[in-house]
Design a protein around this ligand. Structure first.
Ligand code: 5AD
Ligand code: SF4
Length: 479
């Protein structure tokens, strides 16, 4: 799941929730990285609300500062280090303030964090948030506190997250945690641990609760949603030994989608992230069957070269990926598809790079998230491969990939001009307070004059013009 799929403006923005009566302590919590981190921060805020904390957006008045961190690329870690410098400056005027680091960097660096960053009082890994009350007590008694134990069954299924700083229209619901895929470039299996799925009942309850509160769209979240499998909890490898009854009553991702979509026909449903090797045809059929499941798939490819894919341990070839794209287009002809691509993975040649460009040409993605390879400590690529593509070549290849993507994005948005599409209004447009902004099922942003519509309305919009990223139109009525 992807660090940049979150609205960039939200990165590092302090999150706020409704104050709980009687709470006197102030929590400043901010998140970097993927949607899962933002979702986790809501769980953390919920746990701390029971410990007397209300959120604040003012760093200077906080009793406790928490930063939920990302390790996916070196740059993400540097951003967090900079924030710690800022906290350090604030601590000079607010010496009582305590600082905790959450998330992937906490897990990766463990107690080393306390040595490297003197400002840090508490280090808490992604599976240890329920231990926060105890850790806080340690800190209040003047000791540093660390819990980075990874779990094989923690899903926080029993915690009702407090919705932070959202628009009241769209929300994330996590369905799996961790990842077992072991792509050789990726630090996530080390920082977020083994893959585990959440009880479908608790997922449905959370969606019910969101529906009651007026939410209109949910995104089911996981590092690898297609490998969702519930048969009573624990690790997926145990499924091989599960009893016949457990197997007969197991729920996979296609079934989960079906359950949620059937229970809430008025709720739009999205999911992220899909992995090519795990995505089954059943999932596509569930999508085709339900109008309320958005026709959009984020399907990272990373490289268009079968040889590089093998070095990345991606478990599929270029041809298999293309066959999956064909299958998607056959079952859901108007499906939006986006990518993640890494430029300059070790051993990548110009020819491999050209394979990536030609694969992009084949798919013509609606949009994508593209990065230069960043070597991560502890991954197989770091241990076994030399980071041998010169930075200059990496950057040039990335530029070529981004330029081509922009061309394809423009091609895709143009296809909508003249058509009438369904838009769920989320918020005011950033460019004009006279316009609403929302997304079409394919996930492309659309803006149009406000008239008498309001956030949460599902509106039919006739698209009149576009840029490579945004559709611009006029509302013609409710959906
Ligand atoms: N370097 C560059 N990009 C990476 N990603 C994951 N690990 C790395 C890395 N070491 C990208 C992948 C993934 C997305 C979340 O981040 O494209 O799909
Ligand atoms: Fe990382 Fe691969 Fe798992 Fe995605 S599927 S989180 S890239 S290991």
């Amino acid at each position: 799941m992807e660090e940049k799929t979150i609205d960039e403006n939200k990165q590092g923005e302090a999150l706020i929730l409704e104050a709980k009566k009687g709470n006197t302590r102030k929590l400043f919590i901010e998140s970097y990285g993927c949607q899962m981190n933002f979702s986790d921060s809501e769980i953390v805020a919920s746990i701390l609300a029971d410990q007397g904390f209300n959120t604040t957006t003012l760093l200077e008045e906080a009793d406790l500062v928490l930063v939920n961190t990302c390790s996916i690329r070196d740059k993400a870690e540097q951003t967090v280090r900079k924030r710690l410098e800022k906290y350090n400056a604030v601590k000079k005027i607010n010496p009582g303030m305590k600082v905790g680091v959450l998330g992937c960097m906490a897990e990766r660096l463990k107690s080393k964090f306390l040595e490297e960053e003197k400002i840090v009082d508490m280090v808490v890994g992604p599976d240890a948030y329920k231990d926060l009350p105890n850790l806080l007590q340690e800190v209040e008694e003047g000791r540093d506190a660390v819990n980075v134990i990874l779990s094989k069954d923690e899903t926080y299924g029993d915690i009702a997250p407090v919705r932070l700083g959202g628009n009241g229209v769209t929300a994330f619901v996590s369905i799996t945690r961790g990842c077992d895929n072991m792509c050789t470039f990726c630090v996530v299996p080390f920082t977020r641990g083994r893959e585990r799925s959440r009880d479908p009942q608790s997922i449905l309850e959370e969606v019910n609760d969101l529906a009651v509160k007026g939410y209109k769209e949910i995104t089911l979240l996981g590092q690898n949603v297609d490998s969702y499998l519930w048969y009573g909890g624990g690790l997926k490898k145990d499924f091989k030994n599960a009893s016949d009854i457990q197997k007969a009553t197991a729920t996979n991702f296609a079934q989960l989608l079906d359950m949620v979509a059937t229970a809430h026909p008025g709720m739009r449903i999205r999911f992220s992230t899909s992995n090519p090797q795990d995505m089954t045809e059943d999932v596509l059929h569930s999508m085709a069957k339900h109008k309320n499941i958005c026709n959009y798939i984020h399907l990272p490819v990373q490289s268009g070269s079968t040889r590089v894919l093998k070095e990345m341990n991606r478990q599929h070839t270029r041809e298999e990926y293309m066959a999956l794209i064909d299958k998607i287009r056959e079952i859901i002809p108007d499906c939006g598809i986006s990518q993640d691509i890494i430029a300059g993975f070790p051993t990548e040649t110009e020819e491999d790079h050209l394979d990536t460009l030609s694969l992009m040409e084949y798919v013509k993605y609606d949009f994508g998230f593209m990065f230069v390879y960043s070597e991560r400590p502890g991954t197989l690529a770091e241990r076994k491969m030399e980071d041998d593509v010169p930075m200059e070549a990496k950057k040039r290849r990335l530029t070529e990939i981004i330029d081509l993507q922009q061309k394809h994005s423009a091609y895709r948005t143009k296809q909508f001009v003249g058509k009438t599409v369904e838009v769920l209004i989320e918020k005011e447009s950033k460019k004009s307070d006279q316009y609403w902004s929302g997304r079409i099922p394919q996930n492309t942003v659309a803006v149009f004059p406000k008239e008498n519509y309001k956030p949460g309305d599902l509106v039919m919009v006739k698209i009149e013009e576009c840029t490579s990223t945004t559709l611009i139109g006029k509302a013609v009525g409710y959906s």
